[in-house]
Design a protein around this ligand. Sequence first.
Ligand SMILES: [Zn+2]
Length: 465
Amino acid sequence: MRRGRVWAAGLVAAALALGGCTGGDDGNGFRPGAADAGDPYVPGAGNGGYDVGHYALDVRYDPASDRLTGTATLTVTATRALSRFQLDLAGLDVERVRVDGAAAKYRHDGAELIVTPSGGLPSGKRFTVEVAYGGVPQPLPNAELGDGGFHATPDGAIALGQPESASTWYPVNDHPSDKATYDLAVTVPDGLAALSNGVPQGKTSSGGWTTWRWSERAPMASYLSTLVIGDYRVSSGTHAGKPLVTAVAAALPADGPAAASVARTGEIADFLAARFGPYPFEAYGGVVVADERIRYALETQSRPVYGPAFFRDGLPNTEVVAHELAHQWFGDSVSVARWSDIWLNEGFATYAEWLWAEHDGGRTVAQTVAQRYADTDWSKPTVDPGRAGMFGDAVYQRGALAVHALRRAVGDETFYRVLRGWLAQHRDGNVTTADFVGYAERTSGRPLRALLDAWLAGGTPPGLP
Ligand SMILES: [Zn+2]
């Protein structure tokens, strides 16, 4: 994510006790699945006891009534013996739930859908969950981080947000530790676009409605799924042999800075691939929305979404495109296991912005480093910044300074070898800061822990790299 410049963090991090009481054993070893993923930055989000492999989503949205109806079919594996399990689903009504085709009991308690199948699910069992649901989706209120999730717009809708958004429009295990592949069919009135992640699978029309189909075959964290419906100028082509689909809200000028910026998506992705290794997904793209409530850009997988504020001054803004495309490697392909390590996404995406700016004739990396170093508040740590600090300068700017310090310590050749190896080894996976430090040390053959500790967590400024 990259925020517009108006945003500032200000709250002291609260130590959040987490829920997750799992109840008792039924005597046969079958126990309820956990009520969240155990991540204190997002209490209540995600669940435990199973792993989703695939989401098949079939949704219809009518902008005239703001009503969404859908069927979600999840392919799931129990990771321990389950008497019941939970999904995240906020603010919609559930019509029925089936497990392996058989009606299951369920209870919708707040944002938790608690499903009790007719028999226990042994550890390792693969099963399907089908949920039919509908209603008028609502955003997830979040005073600290900004509302996430589903926003109705005059001509459609935007489903977007970090760290959570998916549960506002489909039942989900809503934590990045459970990545899955997706197929989405979304039906909207004729004439509107319906954009999402991955490879376009065509569209069909019937009776005044058009169904757009998308598939994402690489595992995707749920907050990286998106749905954008409305009046958009859609451009479909190919880049490096893969589909490239960009879309700009029709309310924005056809030849304006937003269109000019996303038009460079392929070129910028190639610049990053030359440094980070092959582009990790089967499609490219980007969507620029006109809704002023979207005050950030988000690295939604293979097709980032950009708010309008980045393109306001009449000039193209390719740095934000570089940031969101860098996340395709750092954050999307290689994802955090818990949000306290979000600098592994944002520090590298910010550093990629600096690299691109230098390449594109803007500030040099050295100039940017000197300025950010002077601006850094060293009392704020990059790792485990607190929930309210997830999108703060310590994560982004100080995180990028740490990346630069690593580069200067080991030299360019080793630095890029570490990055490429890290991304290849953990492709489609989940990682922690300790994983990165260990990988960098093994690959470079250098002790780096003290250096990275100082840059990521020390209370005083290390020497300018
Ligand atoms: Zn970001």
